[in-house]
Design a protein around this ligand. Structure first.
Ligand code: 6PG
Length: 453
C-alpha cells in the first residue's frame, strides 16, 4: 500500500522522499520505479528523511495501526519544525487519531488522519480519501490529495470531513459497511450453494448478471470473478479450496464499539463481524455439525430474483445504519461533515463503491435529521418497499432450511424495528422500574412515574 501510494504521488507530479525501516526495501522500490525515478529519492533513517525535506514538511505514514504509528511519531516529532505535518494514511482507531492530533498540536505540529480506501490497486491508481484535520492543513495538502484520488465524473473522491479523527472515523465506518456488504454477499452465495446446489461458476454468472443492475458494485463484480476462477493446479473452483475461516484486522469491530458508545444500532455490521468470529471457530463448527442435523426441508430452491432483491434491501439497511452512525458522531464530536459528501467520495476508488452511492449522495443532501436516514428518503423508501418482501421470504426460507443468514436477518430485524410505531420497550421500562425503581414516562401525563408493583 505504502509503495503504491508513493508511486501514485510521484506519478501525479509531486516529488517525494521515501523511507522504510528495512533500507533494502527502499532500494528495491527505487530500482523498480522506472520513469518515476526522477520524482523519488530514498532516505535510510528518519533523520535523513527529515533533513531531505524543506519546512513546512508533510510526512505520510503508512504503517500498521496502533503502537507502530506512535513509535514512528515519537521518532519523527523531535526532528520536525513548528508547522510541519504528519499524515497517518493507514487505518487508525479514531480515538488514537484524536489523541495524536492534540499531542502534536501541543508541540506545534499538525496531525492529519487520512483514511485511504481501495486496496493496493486503488492506492496506485486512485483511492477514495477521507481526511480529518484543520481547515488550514487541508488547504495545504488538498492539491496533492485531490491529484492522487479516484474521480467520479471528474470530481475527486477525496475531502476533509471534519477535524482530528473525522477522516479515520469515516474510514472505519466504510470498513464496517464493507464487512456487512461482504457478509451479505457471502450469505447469498451460501444459499445458492447449499440451498440451490449451484456450482461456483453458475453462482458467479448470476452475480455477474446482478452486477448489471442496481447491485452493480466493486464487491459484486469481484465476487463474480472469484466464483468463476479455477485453481490452475487442480482445475477445481478456487473458492472450494479456500479454508472457510475469515481474518479480520479490527476495523469492523471498531465500528461496533463506536456505535455502542454513541448509542446507535449497527446490527447488520455486528452480524458480519460476529460471522467472521464464528467462521474462525472451525473446530467448534466441525464438532457441532456432527451433533445437530439440518432441518429436513432442503428441497425448495431459492428464487433468484428474490435473492437479488433481498441482497439489495439488506445492503440499503447496512448503509442506512452506517450513515446514522456518522450523523451521531458528527454531532458528538462537532465535526462539520456532510453525509452527502461522504457518499460522494465513496462513489469511486473505495472498496464499497457501488451504483447506489450516487443516489445516496442525492438522498442525503437535504437538511434536518430526516435526511440523515436513507430509509426516509423517497427514492430509497420506494426501493426498500419493493425489495423487503423478498428479504422476508429469503430469511424465512433460510431459517426453515437451517441455512445461516445472520446479516440478512439483522437487516430485516432493524427494518421491522424502526417501522414499528409502538414498540415493546413499554415492557422493558416496566421491568426496569419493577426491579430498580428506575421510573418511566407515561403517554398520558408529563414527568417521571413509578408503577403500582
Ligand atoms: C480498503 C480496505 C482496507 C483493508 C481492510 C481489510 O478500504 O481499502 O478496507 O482498509 O483491506 O482493512 O480489513 P480486514 O483485514 O479487517 O478484512
Amino acid at each position: 500500500m505504502g509503495s503504491n501510494l508513493a508511486l501514485n504521488i510521484a506519478a501525479s507530479g509531486f516529488p517525494l522522499v521515501v523511507q522504510n525501516r528495512t533500507h533494502a526495501r527502499t532500494e528495491e522500490f527505487l530500482a523498480d520505479a522506472g520513469p518515476l525515478e526522477d520524482k523519488l529519492a530514498g532516505a535510510e533513517t528518519p533523520n535523513q528523511l527529515v533533513a531531505a525535506l524543506q519546512p513546512p514538511r508533510a510526512i505520510i505514514l503508512m504503517v500498521p495501526a496502533g503502537a507502530p504509528v506512535d513509535q514512528q511519531i515519537a521518532a519523527l516529532a523531535p526532528l520536525l519544525s513548528p508547522g510541519d505535518m504528519i499524515i497517518d494514511a493507514g487505518n487508525a482507531d479514531f480515538n488514537d487519531t484524536r489523541r495524536r492530533a492534540t499531542e502534536l498540536a501541543e508541540a506545534g505540529l499538525v496531525h492529519v488522519g487520512m483514511g485511504v480506501s481501495g486496496g493496493a490497486e486503488g492506492a496506485r491508481h486512485g483511492p477514495s480519501i477521507m481526511v480529518g484535520t484543520t481547515p488550514e492543513a487541508w488547504q495545504a495538502i488538498r492539491p496533492m490529495v485531490n491529484a492522487i484520488a479516484a474521480r467520479f465524473r471528474g470530481d475527486p473522491c477525496a475531502d476533509r470531513l471534519g477535524g482530528d479523527g473525522a477522516g479515520h472515523f469515516v474510514k472505519t465506518v466504510h470498513n464496517g459497511i464493507e464487512y456487512a456488504d461482504m457478509q451479505l454477499i457471502a450469505e447469498v452465495w451460501g444459499l445458492l450453494r447449499d440451498g440451490n446446489g449451484a456450482a461456483p461458476a453458475e453462482a458467479g454468472r448470476l452475480f455477474g448478471e446482478w452486477n448489471k443492475g442496481p447491485l452493480s458494485s466493486y464487491l459484486v463484480e469481484i465476487t463474480a470473478t472469484v466464483l468463476g476462477t479455477e485453481d490452475p493446479a487442480s482445475g477445481r473452483p478456487m473458492v472450494e479450496l479456500i479454508l472457510d475461516r475469515a481474518g479480520q484486522k479490527g476495523t469492523g469491530r471498531w465500528t461496533l464499539i463506536e456505535a455502542l458508545k454513541l448509542g446507535q444500532s449497527a446490527t447488520t455490521i455486528e452480524a458480519a463481524v460476529a460471522a467472521r468470529a464464528v467462521s474462525a471457530q472451525r473446530e467448534l463448527r466441525l464438532e457441532a455439525s456432527t451433533r445437530f442435523d439440518a432441518p429436513g426441508d432442503g428441497a425448495t430452491p431459492f428464487d433468484e430474483d428474490d435473492l437479488e432483491a433481498a441482497l439489495l434491501a439488506a445492503k440499503i439497511m447496512a448503509y442506512a445504519q452506517g450513515f446514522i452512525l456518522l450523523a451521531e458522531a458528527r454531532r458528538a464530536f462537532d465535526w462539520d461533515m456532510k453525509l452527502s459528501r461522504v457518499a460522494e467520495i465513496w462513489r469511486a476508488g473505495c472498496i464499497i463503491r457501488s451504483a447506489l452511492l450516487d443516489g445516496m449522495a442525492e438522498a442525503l443532501s437535504g437538511k434536518g435529521p430526516a435526511h440523515d436516514n436513507l430509509l426516509l428518503a423517497p427514492s430509497f423508501a420506494k426501493m426498500v418497499g419493493r425489495t423487503v418482501p423478498a428479504l422476508r421470504r429469503v430469511v424465512c426460507q433460510a431459517a426453515t432450511q437451517g441455512l445461516p443468514v445472520p446479516a440478512l436477518s439483522a437487516a430485516l430485524g432493524y427494518f421491522d424495528g424502526i417501522r414499528q410505531a409502538r414498540g415493546t420497550a413499554d415492557l422493558i421500562q416496566a421491568q426496569r422500574d419493577f426491579f430498580g425503581e428506575h421510573g418511566f414516562e407515561r403517554i398520558d401525563r408529563d414527568g417521571q412515574h413509578h408503577g403500582p408493583w
